[in-house]
Design a binder for this molecule. Sequence first.
Ligand SMILES: C[S@@+](CC[C@H](N)C(=O)[O-])C[C@H]1O[C@@H](n2cnc3c(N)ncnc32)[C@H](O)[C@@H]1O
Length: 285
Amino acid sequence: MDAQLFKRFCHIAYDRAGIFLKDGKEALVSARVAKRLRALGMESISDYIDFLENDETGQEVVHFLDVISTNFTHFMREPDHFDLLREKAREWAEAGVGKLRLWSAASSSGEEPYSIAITLEEALAERGANYLILATDISTQVLARARNAVYKASTLKAFSKAQIQEHFLKRPDLEGDEPFFEVKPNLKEHLVFKRLNLSKPPFPMSGPMDVVFCRNVMIYFDQEVRQRLVSEAERLLKPGGLLMIGHTETLTGVQHNLKPIRPSVFVKRQPGESTKTPERRGGGR
Ligand SMILES: C[S@@+](CC[C@H](N)C(=O)[O-])C[C@H]1O[C@@H](n2cnc3c(N)ncnc32)[C@H](O)[C@@H]1O
């Protein structure tokens, strides 16, 4: 694809989804857009970009974003976040906190929000788990897969046999090279899936959220889009609530008032809480 064409794709990706396509991604974009050309019966990529730019229904942009987004995810990805969630959920339940509200901001095909649900079911089993997870993504394709909640056996490696039995139902009616499992309805009823573009705040939710998982999506955004997104996450969190970001992501260069407690975990400060790190007493080593 020539530089001029690539620039037009970059403009649409950034303008509509905040996705910053770096130079050198021409071949990747060509390969992914080829799928749409085939589906539409188009022959040239320049016809496709004309069609995309002039599509007044907005439908083709949705398809374009579906094909260029990277949806890689898996169950219990970055497991220390789920260890911390388990710990905090128990602590909050002991302190008498009622229903927990969580947001999986780029939920992809559902592995992240269902991992959150399984963690909470297990952490709060004795008390009866009371929680609601809002799971959002820009891609309609992955949201449909997430709502469907059917996964191949090989994707469930992070879970023990007992966990699979507890939280999934085997689907012998589905044929394939390996068995399929569906998330049980009692778990599904704690989740709400919605399409949301993280690059276009303000978001239509009011919060307060106990935990926001915003993982492995900021890597696609530039500093301006990240700033707006983190400010929204901060607004939606309750004091003491947690923001989890991907292990390879940082908030360096982003203005916020969150307290880092681990490299990829931040907590919203209590009102009036000092932003300074307390001085160490006794002048020790
Ligand atoms: C690599 S996946 C991360 C999934 C999951 N959070 C994880 O860490 O495993 C990135 C997801 O971000 C979504 N995404 C990309 N741009 C977005 C935007 N502007 N708004 C909402 N979601 C977006 C993609 O569709 C994709 O499903």
